[in-house]
Design a binder for this molecule. Structure first.
Ligand code: MG
Length: 303
């Protein structure tokens, strides 16, 4: 049920507005003056989005309240209707300039108020839909659609942030570049659907093998990037765990059981003696990965 804030100092008008709003299916929240209305808007975690404000009110008038509310930055601003006996053009302009969405002159017909509240509800619903769409887009912009992991851009961004916090906390950071061995053969032999399935399964196994505060992203193709915070002896163990999680349990492809392996190149950032940036660490991890491949694959090479 949509809640509506009714701020009106006149008791009779307030009761009447509350009664009809309730009758029309809204849930009225009442304020006796502008100050009380502002308190409700600022104090509530989820304040009403539909507002009916009387212009003439003690303490804070409707126009000032409108301006104050518009100063608050919000993804979901309220829809404000000003209510007043003033009906000349200058007043209407002042009301709209203060940030009101709409304006109703007293005395008004109930049916007009009802229609204008409906317009407000509609606008608020559209606004909410738009916000949800925006959130979805933001999510899509950071996540890889196939695996659900962070995508290339997002894991690089995470790397930069982790480097910053590693420098601040003087704690080491480990960057693992991981590549599925002979992945091209899967695509060539079983088709791209099977290849996609392998990548999803690999992603899941990696995620389950690292701590929730460690990060993993799809760097591209069959390459993944893992960021670890563990002390060095543990970091080696974690990468070894990930390697085994892939190599020790066969993958099921088209009913066939297939053994897959992964190679790992790890670079280490020691904040005290290291001033390398993300790019240099990536290059070092890439070099270590090359060594792992040259070593016969299915192994972890630490820089
Ligand atoms: Mg009044």
């Amino acid at each position: 049920m949509t809640r509506i804030l009714i701020a009106e100092d006149d008791l009779t008008s307030r009761s009447m507005l509350s009664f009809i709003a309730d009758h029309w299916g809204y849930q009225p929240v009442l304020a006796e003056d502008g100050q009380e209305a502002l308190k409700i808007m600022l104090g509530d975690d989820d304040p009403p989005r539909l507002l009916l404000l009387d212009w003439e009110m003690p303490k804070i008038d409707g126009l000032t309240l409108c301006k104050r509310l518009r100063e608050i930055e919000s993804e979901d601003p309220p829809y404000i209707i000003l209510l007043t006996a003033r009906s000349n053009t200058a007043d209407i302009v002042a009301g709209l300039d203060a940030g009101a969405n709409d304006y109703i002159s007293k005395p008004f017909e109930n049916e007009e108020l009802r229609a204008r509240l409906q317009v407000g509800s509609r606008i608020l619903a559209l606004q909410q839909e738009l916000n949800i769409a925006k959130e979805t887009l933001t999510l899509q912009a950071s996540y890889d659609m196939l695996t659900g992991l962070l995508n290339h851009g997002a894991i690089i961004e995470a790397l930069d942030l982790e480097l910053e916090s590693a420098t601040q906390s003087q704690a080491p950071l480990y960057l693992g570049m991981c590549d599925v061995d002979h992945f091209k053969q899967i695509n060539d032999t079983y088709g791209h659907m099977a290849g996609d399935h392998v990548l999803q399964e690999v992603s899941e196994r990696i995620s389950q093998s690292i701590a929730p505060y460690d990060q993993v992203g799809r760097y591209g193709g069959e390459e993944f990037l893992i960021l670890l915070h563990n002390p060095i002896e543990q970091a080696a163990t974690v990468f070894e765990q990930v390697r085994k999680a892939i190599a020790d349990t066969p993958f099921s492809i088209d009913g066939e059981s297939l053994q897959m392996t992964m190679s790992f190149g790890v670079s280490t950032f020691h904040p005290v003696e290291d001033n390398r940036e993300g790019k240099a660490l990536l290059a070092a991890a890439d070099k270590a990965l090359f060594a792992a491949k040259a070593n016969g694959r299915n192994c972890v090479v630490m820089e």
